[in-house]
Write a protein of this length. Structure first.
Length: 178
């Protein structure tokens, strides 16, 4: 089983990926850790060279089973995925999760300043209301919610869910856990 999970920051992608990984005993990959290195002294993410993270992604998708999650929609992952979950909870829920994570996760708090949390909130609000996504680096961009909704209409394997519970229910009907 090959599962790709996408959605806004704070939508529950990582939690869902961890649950799927545990339930089906398959490896979980967070795209943030493939694409970026973290500099805790300066509290920022630095994009790795594109050739490096593309190689790492290629290695991840060659495996028989995997669950890969992130805010970036990458064609080389989606083309190999059996199912793509677009996790789309309500905007208040997403914003709550972002701020809850900021105050309860000591590792994230050490990486990100309070200003970064405000920036993430601003980015999220833009992605919800804009027609086009935002470029975050030279090579990557976040898709807007409107772009994701259009994708979900044209892709057979892309399923929009409001929560991780809905996604797990769909998977349990399709794939029996080992």
């Amino acid at each position: 089983m090959r599962v790709m999970i996408i959605g806004l920051p704070g939508s529950g992608k990582s939690t869902l990926a961890q649950q799927i990984s545990h339930l089906y005993n398959i490896p979980h990959t967070d795209l943030d850790y493939l694409i970026f290195t973290f500099n805790p002294e300066r509290k920022l993410k630095i994009e790795r060279p594109r050739s490096q993270y593309r190689k790492d992604i290629a290695v991840s998708v060659k495996k028989k089973d995997w669950v890969i999650e992130g805010v970036y929609f990458l064609d080389d992952i989606s083309a190999k995925a059996d199912v793509i979950f677009y996790v789309k909870p309500s905007l208040p829920r997403v914003l709550y999760q972002q701020w809850k994570r900021r105050y309860t996760d000591s590792q994230r708090r050490s990486y990100y300043s309070l200003w970064s949390a405000f920036q993430l909130t601003w980015i999220t609000l833009q992605l919800v209301h804009m027609a086009k996504g935002l470029s975050i680096t030279k090579n990557l961009r976040y898709l807007s919610c409107k772009e994701m909704d259009m994708l979900s209409e044209s892709m057979d394997n892309l399923v929009t869910v409001g929560s991780g519970k809905q996604a797990l229910a769909i998977l349990r009907r399709t794939y029996v856990p080992a």
